[in-house]
Design a protein around this ligand. Structure first.
Ligand SMILES: NC(=O)c1ccc[n+]([C@@H]2O[C@H](COP(=O)([O-])OP(=O)(O)OC[C@H]3O[C@@H](n4cnc5c(N)ncnc54)[C@H](O)[C@@H]3O)[C@@H](O)[C@H]2O)c1
Length: 377
């Protein structure tokens, strides 16, 4: 049997605490993955997390962790605006990478990451692995098989609300519970597209394949937010509506807005409308459709059907993030590639990048990146 991979955690904030640290410390996967090192620039945070979860090494400097840390795969749990720079340094250090969404903020950065990783033999799994959920693969098959006739349009999106200010993990007063979310509202990397709309856009493009053109309108609606009484000046767009052209007269409406959600079938699950009907969530023309494992998935969101949702994990927070990380561990140890690819993430990044350019210039942008969608099933 291959040895367990050793994990380096970049950042010890909300997702690091609630997903990789919590799930791996359950202790049932130590043949597959063990903690190696953790870093965070907030004084004392990496040390506190290391002590709480039993991580052997801790650092305040990311560069020091890459140079001295004993780990071979990294989960990037830092703010999105630093993912590119950190990804390039991890690749140079020969570390395999799980990127929490979103992988980078520009298409050019995503190209550099993919090229550098290929040259160095580094494997990348990029969250969110929406197409690992069987109901999304079935939706792809249904649409390709013509179950809703010719696809006319689809809609998906997410609203920011006050989600990040109100996350439970940020409400305490010590270094592990007082985690400032201000970066979510600032450039680069802030705003609901990279953090929330990314789920629905991964599903939409996973189901329909790569889009061909994009146009958008975008700006900052809420100019100042509040985190526990601290005023946060916001310069990242929090109100963006996007139109996508998938070719063959199939269009999509996608939003990352200050409020509201257009899709009714659940978080990250688009509505699809065709000449012969519609798919909303896990219903086809209003009636539930079948998909592998459905009898074990009463809530219909597919989390419990993910490969690593075994035992306690299925009921724990942020199971899907743990799944994406374990996809990388399986790939490194056993050579099982994941369908949550960097190429799919790059296409989603290109849509956001091009949408902001379209909004700034008033010009529809052509999309040129592609990826091979997972086969419908
Ligand atoms: N919060 C969620 O609900 C959630 C869910 C899934 C995925 N994610 C993703 O996880 C990532 C992190 O989000 P979060 O909510 O945990 O953010 P967070 O602000 O709670 O935590 C980020 C941590 O990274 C640290 N950090 C800042 N700069 C750093 C650097 N240069 N190097 C290393 N660490 C640095 C911060 O001090 C903080 O502890 C993002 O990509 C986000 O999209 C978040």
């Amino acid at each position: 049997m291959a040895k367990p991979v050793r994990l380096g955690l970049v950042g010890a904030g909300s997702i690091a605490l609630r997903s990789p640290l919590a799930h791996i410390s359950v202790g049932d996967v130590k043949e597959e993955i063990v903690f190696g090192a953790i870093c965070d620039p907030v004084p004392g945070r990496a040390k506190a997390a290391a002590e709480k979860f039993g991580v052997p090494q801790h650092f305040e400097s990311f560069d020091e962790m890459v140079a001295k840390g004993d780990f071979d795969v990294a989960t990037v749990c830092s703010p999105i605006g630093v993912h590119f720079e950190q990804g390039m340094k991890l690749i140079a250090g020969g570390k395999h990478i799980h990127f929490n969404k979103t992988m980078t903020t520009t298409r050019a950065e995503a190209d550099q990451i993919i090229d550098a990783a290929a040259k160095k033999g580094v494997k990348i799994v990029a969250s969110p692995g929406q197409m690992l959920r069987p109901q999304n693969l079935r939706t792809r098959k249904l649409i390709l098989d013509g179950a809703i006739g010719q696809l006319s349009w689809a809609a998906v999106g997410a609203g920011f609300g006050d989600y990040h200010q109100e996350e439970g993990v940020r409400q305490g007063s010590d270094v592990l519970t007082n985690i400032d979310p201000s970066w979510y509202f600032r450039k680069p990397g802030g705003g609901p597209l990279y953090d929330m709309t990314v789920y629905g856009l991964h599903t939409l493009t996973g189901v329909l394949g790569p889009a061909k053109r994009v146009t958008a309108m975008s700006g900052v609606l809420v100019k100042e937010r509040d985190f526990k009484g601290k005023k946060v000046a916001c310069d990242a767009d929090d109100n963006t509506v996007i139109l996508l052209d998938f070719g063959k007269m199939a269009f999509a409406y996608v939003h990352g807005t200050a409020a509201g959600m257009v899709n009714t079938g659940g978080w990250g699950v688009p509505n699809y409308y065709g000449t012969g009907g519609s798919i909303i969530g896990t219903t086809l023309n209003g009636k539930p459709f079948d998909y592998p494992g459905k009898d074990k998935d009463p809530q219909g969101h597919g989390i419990g059907l993910l490969k690593h949702a075994k035992g306690k994990h299925g009921g724990m927070e942020e199971m899907h993030v743990y799944e994406d990380l374990m996809q990388l561990a399986d790939w490194v140890r056993e050579g099982i590639p994941s369908i949550a690819t960097a190429e799919h993430a790059r296409h989603v990044v290109e849509i956001f990048d091009a949408a902001y350019k379209a909004a700034a210039t008033g010009q529809t942008q052509a999309l040129t990146s592609t990826f091979t969608p997972a086969a419908g099933a």
